[in-house]
Design a protein around this ligand. Structure first.
Ligand code: URP
Ligand code: ZN
Ligand code: ZN
Ligand code: ZN
Length: 483
């Protein structure tokens, strides 16, 4: 049974053109005018784009004394409803737990996914066991390792552990990711705020100023350079961090920055002069920033110094947020966004002219697929690619509301925002997964997407001599240019 998407305009990271898309057995088999198929999907007035890839989610994650409330079932439902066809979640070993042990738990949880998914592996402690298991993890198709420079006393790793793990990533051809905040300084500031009686949610924002993020980003970049490995900085929220990434890129280092849709569109006023629940629901790390930081992030997307837009979807109910009444350090950190990332970015980015449609595709899908080494299986409208597609109606509107969302929690940080630009259909490997305001794929439709490591990088690539010498572009998760 073939399927054809008719009368749409294809939008990719670099082209916009009118053509039909023919699909068979989950793959795109032809692109061109006047195609015929057994089944027709009407894309009149719509753009046909690669489905979104969210490179940063935490589904059913044990964290701060509880579990994030969206699991692979509700989380992937939310993803598809918003035009996202693949999520990359963080397998999180408890400190002392083996990586493969943690991976088993994530394998079990993810069997309920409605769309495709992959994993990053977190390095939450360091030992010979972790060193050895990193290789087995890459053999399982996980080519990215996440490090928390914050959450002191819980998930945080120190610089010696970072350096060792980064060197191991270099040997394996894997890419290290960092949550870049100086956890020692955050702990000091938090203790001082609490001692002075500042225990409300706004204390969370005061305890994590942009400097703690800028310092840690720069430190991680330098450590990665010494280890000879590229670096992916998750949830880049401020100019200080963006500046460090820009500088590194100009020096020829392969460093990627990932702003979140929340930081692009919500600012620090969400924490001040608001009722406790309102502010606590928006407590996440890093916190929301002021307008100047937001402008910096938008400029980074337009100029290419920032590469992708994610959500860090880590949703906690109001009841869970209330664990922190009387002590902001106990408010579970995290916000949702999976369903809203693409419509919010379209509305506040494309509709306003801050980014182009092609840049929208690049930062929500194609760049991510390239960095994570799943391009062009994912992130592409090309013959042979998976038919993970979104038929995007640029005229469709809605008001975001917790009442109508897929997420399992009882509020939405974007409540009341009007968006213009929504998926009419979302297709997952050729199957219509979202249509008529409903999920169409069953639980378990989602498959694990294995990602090969790139070429091992065993020495620093950022000296002028090496940069200027001709070198081949290898098949790699470490693209030489372009992202
Ligand atoms: O506040 C956040 N970002 N929660 C999720 C865990 C993390 O730090 O990414
Ligand atoms: Zn983080
Ligand atoms: Zn995260
Ligand atoms: Zn379901």
């Amino acid at each position: 049974m073939t399927k054809v998407i008719k009368n749409g305009t294809i939008v990719t990271a670099d082209l916009t053109y009118k053509a039909d898309v023919l699909i068979d057995s989950g793959k795109i088999i032809e692109i061109g005018p006047n195609l015929k198929g057994d089944e027709e999907i009407d894309a009149t007035g719509c753009y046909v784009m690669p489905g979104g890839i969210d490179p940063h989610t935490h589904l059913e994650m044990p964290f701060m004394g509880t579990y994030s409330s969206d699991d692979f079932e509700s989380g992937t439902r939310a993803a598809l409803a918003g035009g996202t066809t693949m999520v990359v979640d963080f397998a999180l070993p408890a400190p002392g737990e083996g990586l493969l042990e943690a991976l088993k738990r994530w394998d079990n949880k993810s069997t309920r996914a409605h769309c495709d998914y992959s994993f990053h592996m977190a390095i939450t402690w360091w030992s010979e066991q972790v060193f050895n298991e990193m290789k087995q993890v890459t053999e399982r198709g996980i080519n990215t390792f996440k490090h928390f420079m914050a959450y002191k006393g819980a998930l945080m790793v120190n610089d010696d552990e970072l350096y060792s793990s980064f060197k191991r990533c270099a040997e394996l051809g894997a890419i290290p990711l960092v949550h870049a905040e100086n956890g020692d300084v955050v702990a000091e500031l938090s203790a001082k705020l609490l001692a002075d009686g500042n225990n409300g949610p706004e204390g969370h924002a005061y305890s994590r100023p942009p400097q703690v993020e800028g310092e840690a980003t720069n430190r991680a970049i330098m450590i990665a350079d010494m280890a000879g490995v590229p670096l992916y900085v998750v949830h880049t929220s401020c100019e200080e961090s963006h500046e460090a990434i820009r500088r590194a890129k100009m020096q020829g280092k392969r460093v990627w920055g990932e702003p979140l849709i929340q930081h692009l569109t919500l600012d620090e006023s969400e924490y001040f002069d608001k009722d406790w629940d309102h502010a606590a629901r928006r407590v996440m790390s890093p916190p929301f920033r002021n307008k100047q930081h937001q402008d910096s992030l938008w400029a980074g997307l337009a100029s290419g110094s920032l590469s992708v837009v994610a959500t860090d979807h880590c949703a906690f109910s109001t009841e869970q947020k209330r664990y922190g009444v009387g002590d902001f350090t106990k408010i579970p950190n995290g916000t949702g966004g999976l369903e809203d990332r693409m419509p919010m970015l379209w509305t506040y980015g494309v509709e306003t002219g801050r980014i182009t449609m092609n840049e929208f595709v690049a930062v929500t899908s194609t760049n991510i697929a390239k960095i994570l080494n799943v391009y062009p299986k994912k992130g592409a409208v090309l013959v042979g690619a998976d038919a993970d597609l979104v038929v995007w109606d640029p005229e469709a509107t809605k008001t975001i509301s917790a009442e109508t969302q897929q997420s399992a929690i009882d509020y939405n940080v974007f409540e009341g925002k009007e968006v213009k630009g929504l998926p009419r259909y979302t297709l997952s490997r050729g199957v219509v997964a979202w249509a008529d305001g409903k999920i169409q794929t069953p639980e378990g439709h989602g498959e694990f997407v294995a990602r090969d490591p790139g070429m091992p990088v065993t020495k620093a690539l950022s000296t002028w001599k090496e940069l200027t010498a001709p070198r081949p572009v290898e098949r790699s998760g470490i693209p030489a240019t372009g992202v």
